[in-house]
Ligand binder design. Structure first.
Ligand code: COA
Length: 547
């Protein structure tokens, strides 16, 4: 056992105030768990733990002003470590080294495109450096066409799973065009809108504006309070997606995310934090108050879904309550979102894998020599890659406004991995270009990383389609839930030897049950039938995989 301190990493600001604790003494924390929320004049950010262990002491209190390197908590870890005195600089470096996105973000700063002056008097506003290369969602539009804005006024709010950020106007003028909608995903350099500037010289030659964060995945600002008047007078543009706009609510990303997960209308929650900031406890109180009301008085949630009544199970017998893991919570949210948004159809069929299995078993020694393992999964990946190329609707996504279909010209496939911490879906890129051995090695490698909790975010992104293989566990079939915005998922159950009629008699054949779920908004039954037939044919005669 050793006691070590977690310190404030580079926060991209001189000092920031502690506004919320997310842990308390006695809590178990894992690396990357959020410890507290800091807020500078422009940004609020969750500070992640760099250690795993038990929190034994909180070294700062709400209202303290912290700078980079300040010690925040003491954690009792399982292994010994250098003296705290040595930690300061090294730990800052370690935090930075463990967050590869940061290096990319810093490189990106150098690549920020200059703002373009479209013509005299017109100025394009681009997304500035937002501290990540990942696309970030627009959650609020703070202005509309025709509004006059001053340089520094908030135009919109972006939010990733860890960060929310107000994007300010980098020039003063009249909003001529807004190029984005709520729910759109934006990256640095994307066009936000066009301003008519009084004097062309007022348009700056660079789009880099505050806030710029050096710490990736750390949220930035949301102090809506100074902007309240401007935002309140600016009607929010008509949302094209179900994302909720929380107007001028003053809340950090963690609270906003929780509110969205539970469809809590943030604007109806009274904030008890400093300057009226909405805290997680305020959401709990809000939900408790709602639940306390009789059913008839309850206002339906944003999505109009009746709530499941809260039941005190202890009245029926002893119970034990365990918090969901982080992965468990994310999975629950994603599953519910997909289930509620995607009209599912599931189609079932069996592939005759007798020859595939004979071939696969004949390669066991080869596989062992190569230090790998050839399961049915690489064959399934290969068959799906061929079918995805031949049935492009399955390799597509519906646009956020549901007005068009985006066809992908790459074939990246995710596969579900059951891990002690929950379900993870690593992604194999360019499956269509890889051979069976390469796929077998990648499956092993990614599944091991998933089980060791070492997958990087990039290794779980970009899938066009998913395979969920429960074959090793058994079962005859199930209804996989489409991993939206993907439009298809193949469920695989356990193969077994079955008597199959071959035209003159019953022959013992190894049959593999397949279940294909798809988004019926994009794919109709005939498309589904064609895709499934092709996968079945390819697995039944794997010579076709080589064509
Ligand atoms: N039918 C019969 N046997 C099967 C099979 C199937 N469909 N799929 C795999 N097997 C066999 C394998 O061949 C292997 O046996 P062998 O060593 O004799 O060849 C054995 O089952 C174990 O395979 P496994 O190690 O699980 O490898 P895999 O490549 O089949 O699967 C993962 C790898 C990561 C997908 C798998 O371990 C996993 O986590 N599956 C769970 C996915 C999940 O939870 N889905 C639900 C999402 S809601």
């Amino acid at each position: 056992m050793a006691k070590q301190q977690v310190i404030v990493p580079d926060i991209g600001a001189d000092a920031a105030e502690v506004i919320e604790w997310m842990v308390q003494v006695g809590d178990e924390v894992a690396v990357d768990d959020s410890l507290l929320v800091l807020e500078s004049d422009k940004a609020s950010m969750e500070v992640p733990s760099t250690l795993a262990g038990t929190v034994v002491e909180l070294l700062v209190k709400i209202g303290d002003s912290l700078t980079e390197g300040a010690a925040i908590i003491v954690v009792e870890t399982a292994h010994s470590a250098p003296e705290p005195a040595q930690l300061t600089e090294e730990t800052v470096e370690a935090v930075q080294a463990e967050t590869p996105v940061q290096a990319e973000a810093q490189e990106a700063v150098a690549e920020v495109p200059d703002n373009q002056t479209v013509s005299i008097g017109k100025h394009s506003v681009l997304v500035p450096d937002i501290g990540t290369d990942d696309a970030v969602e627009v959650i609020e539009l703070s202005v509309s066409v025709g509004d006059e804005v001053l340089e520094g006024d908030t135009l919109l709010v972006l939010e990733s799973d860890k960060a929310s950020m107000e994007i300010p106007a980098d020039a003063s003028g009249k909003v001529l065009e807004i190029a984005v909608v709520i729910g759109a995903s934006l990256k640095q350099g994307d066009l936000i809108g066009v301003l008519e500037v009084a004097d062309n010289r007022s348009a700056p030659q660079t789009s880099v504006q505050e806030p710029k964060l050096d710490v990736p995945e750390v949220m930035s600002p949301a102090p809506a309070e100074p902007k309240a008047a401007a935002v309140a007078s600016a009607p929010v543009a008509e949302p094209k997606t179900a994302s909720s706009s929380s107007d001028v609510v003053y809340a950090g990303p963690a609270v906003r995310k929780l509110a969205r997960e539970f469809s809590i209308p943030l604007e109806q929650v009274s904030g008890s934090g400093p300057r009226g900031r909405v805290l997680k406890e305020d959401l709990h109180i809000f939900v408790e108050q709602r639940l306390a009301k009789p059913e008839s008085e309850r206002v339906s949630s944003g999505a109009g879904i009746p709530t499941v009544p809260a039941v005190d199970f202890s009245q029926f017998g002893p119970v034990r309550e365990e918090a969901l893991s982080k992965i468990g919570k994310v999975t629950a949210t994603n599953m519910q979102r997909s289930w509620l948004n995607v009209p599912h159809v599931t189609q079932y069929d069996d592939a005759d894998v007798t020859d595939l299995e004979a071939f696969r078993v004949s390669l066991k020694d080869d596989a062992a020599r190569r230090g790998t393992k050839l399961t049915p999964l690489p064959f399934l990946l290969k068959a799906c890659a061929v079918a995805l190329k031949d049935n492009p609707k399955f390799n597509s996504s519906l646009s956020p406004d549901s007005e068009s279909v985006i066809y992908k010209e790459y074939v990246h496939i995710g596969f579900a991995v059951d891990t002690p911490a929950g379900l993870l879906v690593p992604v194999i890129r360019d499956v269509d270009k890889k051979g069976l051995w390469e796929l077998a090695e990648e499956v092993l490698e990614l599944a091991a990383l998933a089980r060791d909790k070492k997958l990087k975010p990039a290794q779980m992104q970009g899938a066009c389609f998913t395979i969920s293989s429960l074959g090793a566990l058994g079962g005859k079939g199930f209804t996989p839930i489409v991993n939206a915005p993907e439009v298809g998922i193949l469920g695989v159950s356990k193969s077994s030897v079955q008597p199959v009629w071959d035209g003159s008699g019953f022959a013992p054949r190894t049959m593999l049950p397949l279940c294909l779920s798809y988004d019926h908004r994009v794919i109709n039954g005939a498309d589904g039938g064609r895709f499934m037939n092709q996968v079945v044919d390819l697995l039944s005669d794997i010579r076709r995989l080589t064509l």
